[in-house]
Design a protein around this ligand. Structure first.
Ligand SMILES: Cc1cc2nc3c(=O)[nH]c(=O)nc-3n(C[C@H](O)[C@H](O)[C@H](O)COP(=O)(O)OP(=O)(O)OC[C@H]3O[C@@H](n4cnc5c(N)ncnc54)[C@H](O)[C@@H]3O)c2cc1C
Length: 471
């Protein structure tokens, strides 16, 4: 008998749970990808992510076609209708797919389960633990990461699985539309990451050389010390199980495993935010914290405060570390985690910008845009999320860069107008005298902006605004 396996965000064959299960139970399997044009029309998609997805899907199509008797079948249209059509063409007796936890995907998958006329089997694949697998002792979902993490580490974890031999009947397959056919053009001056499993495996291999220093080095934005696997995990070119166990194997070789374990904790954060999204889907539109739902700070929308908004987006706030982060994003579609925290702290506590606008902008720009981690990260900085930073803790953009970019290497890379500013002024260039500015060839207020706001003032204001809401 034949099975149809719907491929979505797990763009690989190896350890693709739905494909593995289908191959265990059927000799004939149709790996099917449905390109749903309407999805690409939504505003929160952008070139870096669509390009990465496209590279990865093309590579999967190529990889499968290199094995005799296998083929990725690509169709275009409404997912439920196209899946049903392929079921009928092949007289398949079951459909297999991996679960996803985003509101859009839940709706789409429900429609598939309701409308397909053969049994639809769904599997956990994109996370290590899902939904309500890790609960408090009283049976409720965790809202505090550190407790969740303990159980995450303790619980048994599945190992990667190989697909069994299968063949695919010959079927019509349409060409994958190009990125520009889908309506996305490469922005000028942007160099984005290439997707695909080959690159994902290569990244993991490279990262293994640094993983032991991860706990010490991860926050230093100028060092290439994090894995940069986020878009690969997003699009499933590598699986969460592959990377977890690859790291775990390194622990066995060496007693110094702190760096490795700190890195695995980040994988646990990813699962943590995914289970939060599943159990508390309101967080997509509303603050996670009950006390702020319906009682939210009155943020400034980008329409109401275009000057502040544009300065933040363009990396022209006059705060070098913030600007460097925003420009790294604009040029590459990726931003270092420390900077993600710094720029969203700034957009909240210094600029008071609407977090939903920040979310939409990141969604369009991030190559790794993942709603659960993004909403989690933004609401953490905005002090309205799960296990969030308390509102009275406000990042100081100068001390952040003094600590994590002491010589200004990261700043100089992304804000080249400050290249010749001496180390002692790189974090606060506006404090240079006229002659110092002349010496290093930059005029503050002309070549590089004056600070758009006074940080100390805004910090106080922000705390007061939150205090008023709390009382
Ligand atoms: C405001 C904000 C927005 C964010 N938006 C996203 C997003 O859209 N997509 C995304 O994947 N991550 C997001 N993160 C989390 C984190 O910044 C990125 O996962 C990380 O920078 C990716 O780089 P890396 O692969 O080198 O990470 P590494 O440090 O190598 O970590 C390994 C993996 O763990 C996961 N991870 C790491 N940190 C976190 C975290 N804090 N929360 C959840 N998962 C984590 C990622 O999958 C990452 O690839 C966001 C964080 C903040 C503060």
């Amino acid at each position: 008998m034949t099975a149809v396996t719907v491929i979505r965000r797990s763009l690989r064959e190896h350890d693709n749970t739905a494909l593995v299960k289908a191959s265990e139970e059927h000799d004939e399997v149709v790996p099917l990808y449905v390109v749903d044009d309407s999805y690409f029309e939504q505003a929160e998609l952008g070139y870096p992510r669509v390009k990465f997805w496209h590279d990865s899907l093309k590579e999967l199509e190529q990889d499968l076609s290199e094995t005799d008797g296998k083929q990725l079948v690509v169709r275009n249209g409404d997912p439920a209708e196209e899946i049903q059509r392929v079921v009928e063409e092949t007289e398949a007796d079951a459909v297999y797919h991996n679960r996803d936890y985003r509101p859009y995907s839940k709706k789409r998958d429900q429609k598939v389960e309701d409308e397909i006329e053969v049994p639809v089997k769904s599997f956990k694949d994109i996370v290590m633990f899902e939904k309500e697998e890790i609960l408090t002792n009283s049976g409720t979902p965790y809202k505090v990461y550190s407790y969740y993490k303990k159980k995450w580490f303790k619980n048994d974890k599945r190992r990667p699985q190989k697909v069994k031999d299968y063949s695919t009947p010959e079927l019509e397959s349409v060409e994958i539309p190009s990125v520009s056919e889908l309506g996305f053009e490469k922005p000028e001056d942007m160099s984005v990451w290439e997707g695909g499993r080959e690159n994902g495996l290569q990244r993991m291999k490279q990262f293994k050389q640094n993983i032991k220093d991860y706990d010490q080095a991860r926050d230093y934005a100028w060092r290439d010390s994090t894995s940069k696997l986020s878009p690969h995990l997003k699009f499933g070119t590598v699986s969460i199980r592959e990377v977890f166990w690859e790291a775990e194997r390194m622990k066995e070789d060496d007693s110094d495993s702190e760096g490795i374990e700190t890195w695995q904790e980040e994988l646990a954060w990813r699962d943590y935010y995914m289970q939060i999204l599943w159990n508390y889907p309101h967080e997509v539109d509303e603050p996670f914290m009950d006390k702020y739902r319906g009682n939210e700070p009155d943020w400034d929308s980008k329409e109401d405060a275009p000057q502040k908004w544009n300065a933040w987006v363009e990396g022209k706030t006059g705060y070098p570390f913030v600007d460097a982060g925003m420009r790294q994003l604009k040029k590459t579609g990726w931003m270092h985690n420390r900077l993600r925290m710094v720029v969203t702290n700034f957009s909240c506590k210094d600029l008071w910008l609407e977090w939903r606008n920040v979310h939409d902008y990141f969604s369009r720009m991030f190559v790794d845009a993942e709603i659960a981690s993004m909403v989690g990260g933004i609401q953490w900085s905005y002090s309205i999320g799960t296990d969030a930073q308390p509102y009275f803790r406000v990042f100081n953009p100068m001390s952040q860069s003094e600590r994590y970019d002491p010589d200004g290497k990261y700043i100089r890379k992304w804000v080249p107008e400050l290249e010749d500013v001496p180390d002692e002024h790189i974090h606060e260039p506006w404090k240079m005298s006229q002659s110092q500015q002349e010496q290093c060839g930059v005029t503050i207020g002309d070549d590089y902006p004056e600070p758009i706001v006074d940080h100390d003032e805004k910090r106080k204001e922000s705390v007061e605004r939150f205090e008023k809401l709390d009382n």
